[in-house]
Ligand binder design. Sequence first.
Ligand code: GTP
Ligand code: MG
Length: 460
Amino acid sequence: MVDPAVSSPLRPFCCGCSAASCSEAPTRTMAATEIARQAGEGARAIPLSGHVGFDSMPDQLVNKSVNHGFCFNILCVGETGVGKSTLMDTLFNTKFEGEPTQHNQPGVQLKSNTYELQESNVRLKLTMVNTVGFGDQINKEDSYKSIVEFIDTQFEAYLQEELKIKRTLHSYHDTRIHACLYFIAPTGHSLKSLDLVTMKKLDSKVNIIPIIAKSDAISKSELTKFKIKITSELVSNGVQIYQFPTDDETVAEINSTMNGHLPFAVVGSTEEVKIGNKMVKARQYPWGTVQVENENHCDFVKLREMLIRVNMEDLREQTHTRHYELYRRCKLEEMGFKDTDPDSKPFSLQETYEAKRNEFMGELQKKEEEMRQMFVQRVKEKEAELKEAEKELHEKFDRLKKLHQDEKKKLEDKKKFLDDELNIFKQKKTAAELLQSQAQQAGGSTTLKRDKERKNSGFL
Ligand code: GTP
Ligand code: MG
């Protein structure tokens, strides 16, 4: 039997694949036949006549894993003030930074913090992601979206790293969410629709562990009913929560018992209170003390055991083999990659690439031809437009020319008419002047004659 605490870190490296997909780590006690069986048909089991040394592989792997360190990412989803930060501080026996959130956030945001923790000689890179402003909006319809987006972004980053020619997965900081602690408010009634919708949207993307927060606010009998109600609502709405694995016989019993206790009813506190002669984490009330680590008071210890001590590696493994695999498959299929052709025959990546490339080139050529046709059409249209405009200009010019000629002719006629008038006038004027001068001459001789006659008559 392998101690789960020791065997767990081995899993991702048990066949050197680092894919966390192997379920069994090799042990020193394995018989040759067993090894042959695991190696598959065709491998012949032969006995060793002496010690060789490859039985140190598990130790080598442990050393390698310990030197490399571990990484674990927790997402806390829950309404503002439901007790997320306090529970995290209590779980990891430390005080993580973070200020309480106000209830006036316009939307849900995700805030991520990474810490380096060390216990004995084991280093853990812990990332805690918190939902800020969850449940604070009047319209909560889109509350789950930013959480789903965040989880997908982490998957996408990992996929992009995997698809690189030059991969650095060994030193890559894996930010994929391994466990989602879903904080249910201790209403004692039933799940809110926001909780159901959010869990439903998340269940295929992350390992959900539902917990009843601030469970000291609920009486024992109400809590039992509340747990039953929550479980039945999750089942009737088809929400898949994380089940502690029961396939490893070393933890099967404890895990199956714990599955029956879900959702865990927890209390968080970092305050130390003296009980008897021991300092324990507790919450003190006027009527008594709730001890966080007392299993008669709440399920905090169960949560810590299941989340950290027993199933941390399984959560990491499930994230990789189930949730990430699903994301990767959908994404690659979306991009047109398939394992088989329409006749269900295996289809290699190279063939998919060639097919995609040909499809792309065909589309490109089609687009080019369309654009060329469009260009020719446009040029033709423009030419026709220009010709039409030229024709119109010519017509306009001719019209104006004719108008000008008509006007000119009219003016010339008018001028001729006026010249004629002027000539007639001049002739008339000359005749008038002549007449006037003749009249004057005639008038002058008559006056002289009259003066002479008057003189003669004696008037003068
Ligand atoms: P935000 O980060 O602001 O969303 O809040 P949070 O969810 O991190 O809650 P936080 O841990 O800051 O706790 C909010 C208040 O609830 C604090 O006054 C805590 O002392 C109190 N609290 C936390 N855990 C419990 C609990 O288990 N029971 C009770 N009764 N109160 C708790
Ligand atoms: Mg907080």
